[in-house]
Write a protein that binds this ligand. Structure first.
Ligand code: HEM
Length: 118
């Protein structure tokens, strides 16, 4: 089942040191899937707050600070984060990353009347 879902193959940025919501593990019953969630699109990400599966972050800066320093070094932490040290981004780096994420907003799509509420 896990192979059919668009799940990050190496669990996310584990938001909690002990996952409150066990995520994919609720379905697979595998401890190696605890804290794993579907990887969401970043398209229009500036417009889709609140963030994460439980909406715990209100801003992109909070999301990035999670990746920068607030994540937990747990067994299921994504490889990409396991191998980096915390606080590697300074305020200017974070500003740049937010500016990049803002470029992923598709105004034409958002304002297309074809996708209005019926
Ligand atoms: C600096 C690099 C990264 C940025 C800027 C970033 C950005 C984000 C943002 C803004 C969200 C919230 C999306 C939403 O709620 O709609 C998110 C969630 C998520 N990201 Fe990342 N991400 C990064 C790195 C990674 C890595 C390395 C992984 C895994 C290998 C990953 C996997 C995920 C997953 C699975 C979620 C959903 C978490 C949940 O629902 O609780 N991301 N990311």
């Amino acid at each position: 089942m896990a192979a059919l879902l668009p799940i990050s193959d190496s669990a996310i940025p584990v938001l909690d040191s002990i996952p409150v919501d066990k995520g994919l593990a609720l379905v697979t019953k595998l401890s190696s899937d605890e804290g794993k969630f579907k990887t969401p699109t970043l398209r229009n990400i500036a417009k889709t707050a609140p963030y994460m599966h439980d909406g715990r972050f209100q801003t992109l800066r909070e999301c990035i600070q999670h990746y920068n320093k607030n994540f937990h070094y747990t067994t299921n932490l994504a490889f990409e984060l396991k191998t980096v040290t915390k606080n590697r981004m300074n305020d200017a780096d974070i500003d740049d990353l937010i500016a990049f994420l803002n470029t992923l907003t598709d105004e034409e799509f958002i304002n297309n009347p074809a996708f209005n509420e019926p």
